[in-house]
Ligand binder design. Sequence first.
Ligand SMILES: [Fe+2]
Length: 438
Amino acid sequence: MTDETSPFDPDALRERALDALTTARARTALLTTCVDEPDLVAQHSPLMSPLVWDLAHIGNQEELWLLRTVAGRAAMRPEIDGLYDAFEHPRAERPSLPLLPPDEARRYAAEVRGRALDVLESTPLQGRRLTEAGFAFGMIAQHEQQHDETMLITHQLRKGPQVLTAPDPAPAPAYSGPAEVLVPGGPFTMGTSTEPWALDNERPAHQRAVPAFHIDTTPVTNAAYQAFIEDGGYDDARWWTPEGWDHVRAHGLRAPLFWRREGAQWLRRRFGVTEVVPPDEPVLHVCWYEADAYARWAGRRLPTEAEWEKAARHDPETGRSRRYPWGDADPTPEHANLGQRHLRPAPAGSYPAGESPLGARQLMGDVWEWTASDLLPYPGFTAFPYKEYSEVFFGPEYKVLRGGSFAVDPVACRGTFRNWDYPVRRQIFSGFRTARDA
Ligand SMILES: [Fe+2]
């Protein structure tokens, strides 16, 4: 029915799971040891949890799925489950809960991890859907990495001096290729039924008809976005949806989050450092309304989710859908800006080795890309392993983002991966590219 190929050697999955869990924990440790104790328990924004909540929540989810559900063990600390249930307590409430202090949270997460690695060693990775091809272990590694991204957002929102550093991406020569690529019309395979660690909302693979369209070769840059600002984009109702217009009026939005004007220059704050906005970098920290308004101003539109995935995965030569724009191989540092190796997007046009068959660049990594689409289930969707993973979010409230950002680890990023958020969200590492009908 589909024309995907099975990507993994089953024997390597245990090794892969161990590696993914270890990488995630190293990142968690870095993000929670670079600040002191008062900083860990403080709430830096009502939009975010205190970092110490994320830390114990990571351990608690791992215990729940790998120790209790996979291995059938008894709860280690049943009294804390409620505190770390994301659905029981909204983020704004979390600082007032009797959370585990940092040392205890670290000890708890480490103890869970020690036992989880024993479970990984002794669990057959076939015969049971939850552990088939190591799924539960991959799911937990992705969960931890998603919280590592959330914690990096908390770091970006945090006031105070710089505590995180990373090398800049290699400077790229200014991109001089075509501004857009043509994606031919016709059906393609969207979603996946074979990717072992794909989550329920990415499944199943299905045929989707997409008429021909053009899509930007790279994400929209700061320079291009500044032209929209200078042209009075934020003051012109023509470019905005009614909801978007109400939103920018009510909140006085004039530029991306973290930007401020000084004289003729735009400055931005990035992880505690104020710097001139780099013109050739993909724009970051814009909400869906801003992305949508920019596209209309430019005489274009946001791509649909199906268009985005077709641009990223469809190989017109073979007719099959790739795992990634560059092929089926896992991401390396040559393909994409992923994994918090850099704490910023790379200049537009970077990563030629990661380009799609049709020549679009930076579809993976750098910035999450807003699409025109609401988060909806694929035909044949079934919730797995729990409804709260995706199903409760389906509907018109959330817009889909694709492709991952510099803050996303490769384990939680692939051509089929779907992220979603409210159209007003800007603290996330979000940008966009535009499209038009052919
Ligand atoms: Fe979570």
